[in-house]
Design a protein around this ligand. Structure first.
Ligand code: AKG
Ligand code: FE2
Length: 279
């Protein structure tokens, strides 16, 4: 398996993108409307935020999950015992956001959520009727004005050499949500697990957008679209001394959206968060 990079402006982009998602759970886009300069500025501003101490004034609210999560409270992926080597900040438009960073990050949140709706329409248009007829509402409508969509700003600090044995930047996992939009990070390391159980590097040219299927779209499509396992490996060589910043936007449906005969988005999320020990 290989992941090809698809030109968003090409006339056959919608088909090729959807086919890539179907085959691999991932699609990589270049030449898309999210500007590289915007990402560069966001990465730079949040690197400064993580490097400073102000972050401790924004510790996350445990009931609403917005705000700063330090390395001491970082996630442990399902089935793993070590915490990931990362700290992160959860942005929701209604949540706490440092004032000086708010306008820029909220503009990104809005533009990328709108772009995601367009991609969901592409996906729906290229989904076989026998699969799409089970969508309870159009995919793009599932996320419309959703208050659940989460923008996570992630900082993977440089390695110190004192990391617990077996700890990695992000252990193998699947995303819970409908789709994820993940701009190429500041450093390499993202890998996806192929159908034949090989770890494949995701093309990470700066400016690329990586889109992946989450468990909720797998559920809504009755497995037609796979929620593919991915991870972020620890760097070796000089890259060990570099931070890595990444910015996944997890598109979450409105809670009442029916995903399948088994689940609404709400019941699905509760089940998964309980499994992870978050609630
Ligand atoms: O940092 C990355 O490139 C991926 C992060 C990720 O997979 C996640 O936070 O779910
Ligand atoms: Fe992920």
């Amino acid at each position: 398996m290989q992941l090809e990079t698809i030109d968003f402006q090409a006339s056959d982009a919608p088909q090729r993108f959807t086919q890539s998602l179907r085959d691999t759970g991932f699609g990589v886009l270049k030449n898309h409307p999210i500007k590289a300069e915007t990402l560069q500025a966001i990465y730079q501003h949040w690197q400064q935020f993580f490097d400073g101490n102000d972050k401790y004034n924004y510790r996350y609210n445990s009931d609403t999950q917005d705000g700063f999560f330090g390395a001491d409270v970082a996630e442990t992926a399902k089935g793993f015992s070590q915490k990931d080597l990362k700290e992160y900040y959860h942005i929701y438009p209604w949540g706490q956001i440092p004032k000086e960073l708010a306008d820029e990050i909220l503009a990104y949140y809005k533009a990328t959520s709108d772009f995601a709706a367009q991609l969901l329409s592409w996906i729906e248009a290229h989904t076989p009727t026998e699969v799409a007829e089970h969508f309870s509402i159009p995919l793009a409508d599932m996320i419309r004005d959703s208050q659940q969509t989460l923008l996570r700003v992630l900082h993977y600090p440089p390695l110190t050499g004192n990391e617990p044995a077996g700890a990695v930047r992000a252990a193998a996992h699947e995303d819970i949500n409908l789709i994820t939009i993940l701009p190429a990070a500041t450093e390499t390391g993202l890998q996806v697990l192929s159908k034949d159980n090989q770890w494949i590097d995701v093309p990470c040219d700066f400016g690329n957008l990586i889109i992946n299927i989450g468990d909720m779209l797998q559920e809504a499509s009755n497995g037609y679209y796979p929620s593919t396992t991915h991870r972020v490996i620890n760097p070796s060589g000089p890259a060990r001394f570099q931070s890595r910043i990444s910015l996944p936007l997890f598109l979450h449906p409105n809670p009442e959206v029916v995903l399948s005969s088994r689940h609404t988005a709400y019941s699905y999320l509760q089940e998964r968060l309980k499994e992870l020990g978050v609630i």
